[in-house]
Design a protein around this ligand. Structure first.
Ligand code: PMV
Length: 319
């Protein structure tokens, strides 16, 4: 068999990965903790046996992404492999800070390994996905996921499964266009120019420990406090870069205000924001409906999407 398909969902970091220990190997500078989503997905099919690699994203050739896909396929199946026709489909906007590269590369390594008959274990697939996109390593795993840095590279594990603490996530989409600065370039610029970068790296273990403890105790208020702090700190590192990197828009700030209003009204909600203007709101199930309604009526919000927590990348059959 030279053809296989896989599905992965994006993950949202609660303690963020922002900065690389080794740019060539794409090794994160610090650990991170995320939640894998359920209802947003990317499906990838890989068919080895064509002359040259070809990538089709949502029905359209995507030549600018092809070199990254080619490198990832080489790392999974070896440089001597056949050319591959790769087709990808997602049910959410790509390249706008919605972690589309995480679900794409997580699905790609699973499909490519299966199509090439490599039989990689999950830990190895996670490492291979992480070489293509640091956050993709986490989308191989279920629920609450920790990526730890070890002397050998990375070690990724599930801290709690999706059913063990069934939170809900509302994504407020404020902009569907691609971002001006990709996360990889932005991280490098921060490391080189932001006066806040080193203290961000130095304090990350504290935030990881706080989030890990909050997850173990199912303490929503503590998890929200550390996640919001870690997110705002990451964006402060970016604002301090030269030239500055500002992913937020008016609508991003309006969504943060909406979340503050929900919190003041007693709802169990908190926000997080990645390398883009979208706002992700994590909530206890009983606050999800109110959070979705409030975000949907916030100025500048184009649409909202809701998701439970889900499982890691896996093989699927695609017609
Ligand atoms: O995996 P990348 O290179 O797209 O970087 C992801 C960076 C953030 O989404 C901002 C944080 C994270 O940990 O996912």
């Amino acid at each position: 068999m030279m053809q296989a398909s896989a599905q992965a969902q994006p993950n949202i970091a609660l303690v963020k990965y922002w900065g690389k220990r080794d740019v060539a190997a794409n090794l994160p500078a610090t650990g991170s903790i995320s939640i894998t989503l359920d209802s947003l997905w990317t499906r990838m099919s890989v068919n080895f046996g064509v002359a040259d690699d070809l990538l089709i994203v949502n029905g359209v050739p995507a030549d600018e992404m092809l070199p990254r896909v080619t490198r990832c396929l080489d790392s999974v199946a070896g440089k001597g492999r056949a050319g591959a026709r790769v087709t990808s489909a997602s049910n959410f906007p790509i390249a706008a800070g919605l972690a589309s590269s995480a679900s794409a590369f997580a699905a790609l390594v699973v499909a490519a390994s299966d199509a090439a008959g490599c039989g990689h274990e999950r830990a190895e697939l996670s490492r291979l996905a992480g070489r293509a996109s640091g956050s993709a390593a986490r989308s191989l795993f279920d629920g609450f996921v920790e990526l730890a840095i070890t002397s050998a590279g990375i070690d990724v594990t599930t801290l709690a499964g999706p059913a063990e603490w069934p939170l809900q996530v509302i994504v407020a989409v404020t902009e569907e266009a691609g971002k001006a600065v990709g996360s990889g370039d932005a991280m490098i610029r921060c490391a080189q120019t932001s006066p806040f970068y080193q203290s961000w790296v130095d304090r990350q273990d504290e935030d990881l420990a706080a989030a890990r403890a909050a997850i173990a105790r199912r303490d929503f208020a503590k998890l929200g406090a550390i996640a919001e702090h870690n997110c705002l700190k990451m964006h402060s590192v970016m604002w301090g870069a030269r030239p500055p990197i500002v992913y937020w828009t008016k609508a991003t700030l309006a969504c943060m205000e909406t979340v503050r209003g929900l919190q003041d009204a007693g709802h169990a909600v908190f926000f997080t924001i990645d390398a883009g203007p979208q706002v992700k709101v994590v909530c206890l199930p009983e606050s999800a409906e109110a959070a979705q309604a409030a975000l949907a009526s916030t100025e500048g919000v184009r649409k909202t999407m809701q998701s439970a927590l889900g499982i890691g990348a896996r093989k699927v059959t695609v017609d």
